[in-house]
Design a protein around this ligand. Structure first.
Ligand code: BGC
Length: 449
């Protein structure tokens, strides 16, 4: 594919030079993952759920995932080699407390070794306490639809603070509460599959309480005159646009989507329980509301021929700029805790990285205090109901041999992290369409058009 394109190089006439897009000193560059999606060998509510017919599209089960549980040293060495200075991961509650109140000290040792390995490699740790999966005993008691789970979660948080706080730089309480609640409770196609608006409402309320309480526990235990912990959560933040210009109904539905999708968790938890804004950015929605009686809907990008990822999520870099400008209203430092693309053709990921980071750079220029960026994800992994079909990794994983191979996009991202900047060649070759509407790509460290 690269060869075909290079024949047209001579026709590409633009000779402009791009100044480097220099990111602020101390900017954190990393990648994100979650325990269940990469570790392998877990046993929790998802392990039981995924066995059900039709629940995972490629009929896979998580199983060994990327075998990160035993290969973490190799993965972190690679992250360091790729010039990353921060990493986001989650602790698996079901490993640490597989039975209610029974703490598994072997797993504590394991996770301490994992965090120490990051330290050794000079990588800052962003540790998430809950990334969608629950211990089976939590699921059996009704999971997040029950208040009891909040109390259990708080006990677990206390335990984590007591056992790991020396190794944690940034704390994340929960991941994407609205996605969790929508899929696990409202629609019910994730575990515990407790379908219905009442369960969804209760689960959301309980997740908000869990965040608030966890925030207080961590601060109460760790605040000192010299240092205070940094605590936040990862919010799935979407950009909503009207499908039709000048349609009041579309406009009102955008406002409502924005309120529920982006702001509600902050409203429920209160501004004083966030030390930073943690933003996961994937979704750009065009919202259409046909009339008062019909529910609004998100128009499919793929059906309309707009660029989309392998799983149909619209690729729209400007959305991250708008989302960043919007969350700046909270006046807090901002970390982009997830942003990535499911792409089996690596070229898509290369252009994705450049185009989204360009927008992040411009948001910083507009005065938005973005302090770090985490690409999702370091390696390929298990992608919930999509199984092993989507390839998000900067690093390819062969799921038979567990061999890691850095993709060209991984090298490109490494170059950006190392320079703390996007440089001329990257912008020149990957940042524009040619006059033929073609795109350049990077192969083996060389660029082609
Ligand atoms: C989740 C990840 C997931 C990613 C890509 C995010 O919403 O936090 O667990 O793998 O999206 O689908």
């Amino acid at each position: 594919m690269a060869k075909e394109k290079s024949t047209k190089t001579e026709h590409y006439t633009s000779k402009h030079h791009h100044d480097p897009l220099q990111f602020p000193d101390g900017f954190l560059w990393g990648a994100a993952s979650s325990s269940y999606q990469v570790e392998g060998g877990n046993h929790n509510d998802w392990t039981l759920w995924e066995k059900g017919k039709g629940r995972v599209k490629d009929k896979s089960v998580c199983g060994e995932a990327a075998r990160h549980y035993s290969l973490y040293e190799e993965d972190f060495k690679l992250a360091k080699k790729l010039n990353q200075n921060a990493h986001r991961l989650s602790l698996e509650w079901s490993r640490i407390e597989s039975e209610r109140g029974k703490w598994n000290m072997k797993e504590v040792e394991h996770y301490r070794a994992v965090l120490q390995s990051l330290r050794k490699n000079g990588i800052k740790t962003f540790v998430n306490l809950h990334h969608f999966t629950n211990p089976i005993w939590v699921s059996e008691q009704g999971a997040w639809a029950r208040k009891k789970t909040v109390r259990d979660f708080c006990r677990y948080v206390e335990f984590v603070v007591d056992n790991f706080s020396d190794l944690i730089d940034f704390w994340l309480t929960v991941n994407e509460p609205l996605i969790n609640v929508t899929l696990s409770y409202l629609i019910g196609n994730w575990p515990p599959g407790k379908k219905g608006p009442v369960n969804a409402f209760l689960a959301y309320k309980n997740l908000a309480a869990a965040h608030r309480k966890a925030y207080k526990i961590i601060h109460k235990k760790l605040d000192s005159a010299e240092k205070k912990p940094m605590v936040g959560f990862a919010n799935n933040t979407a950009s909503f646009y009207t499908y039709r210009k000048d349609k009041l109904l579309d406009f009102l539905f955008v406002k409502l989507s924005d309120l529920i999708g982006n702001d509600l968790f902050y409203i429920l938890t209160g501004k004083k329980t966030h030390d930073f804004i943690g933003l996961n950015y994937y979704f750009h929605y065009r919202v259409k509301k046909p009339d008062f009686n019909a529910l609004g809907r998100f128009v499919s990008a793929e059906k309309e021929g707009r660029e989309a990822s392998d799983i149909g999520w619209e690729i729209n870099p400007q959305g991250i700029f708008d989302a960043l400008l919007d969350v700046n209203k909270y006046n807090l430092p901002i970390y982009i805790l997830e942003n990535g693309v499911a792409a089996s053709v690596d070229h898509t990921r290369q252009r994705f990285i450049i185009s989204y980071l360009k927008e992040v750079f411009h948001a910083i220029k507009e005065g938005v205090p973005v302090k770090g960026y985490f690409y999702w994800s370091l390696t390929d992994g298990f992608e919930w109901e999509n199984g092993y079909i989507p390839r998000y990794g900067l690093v390819d994983v062969d799921f038979k041999t567990f061999k890691r191979s850095v993709r060209p996009s991984g090298k490109l991202y490494a170059e950006i992290c190392g320079n703390n900047a996007i440089i001329h060649e990257e912008l020149y070759y990957l940042g524009h369409l040619t006059e033929y509407g073609e795109r350049g790509e990077m192969m083996d460290g060389k660029y082609t058009k």
